[in-house]
Design a protein around this ligand. Sequence first.
Ligand SMILES: [Zn+2]
Length: 90
Amino acid sequence: MPQIHCRKCDTDAEIMTENLFLGKLEEEVKQNVCGACWEEWNKPGGVKTMVINEYRLNLGDEHARATLKNQMRAFLKLDGGETEFKDYRT
Ligand SMILES: [Zn+2]
């Protein structure tokens, strides 16, 4: 299995092989994020859910989807995140 270096937790891990349904971001996420960190973001009740609730995002709205994408980039430490990720869980 090819290895990647996860930016989020700063460790080497096997690349994720499942479809993440991210479209253009799919490859970027897979090359830079490990499965465990992705799971932390994406799982039910995970960080993504927290962000949606905190910002009251309606994902039918384009602006809301952009906000969510920015938060995802910030959380996963990908380039181009325009905002700093604030962890409301702590
Ligand atoms: Zn990781």
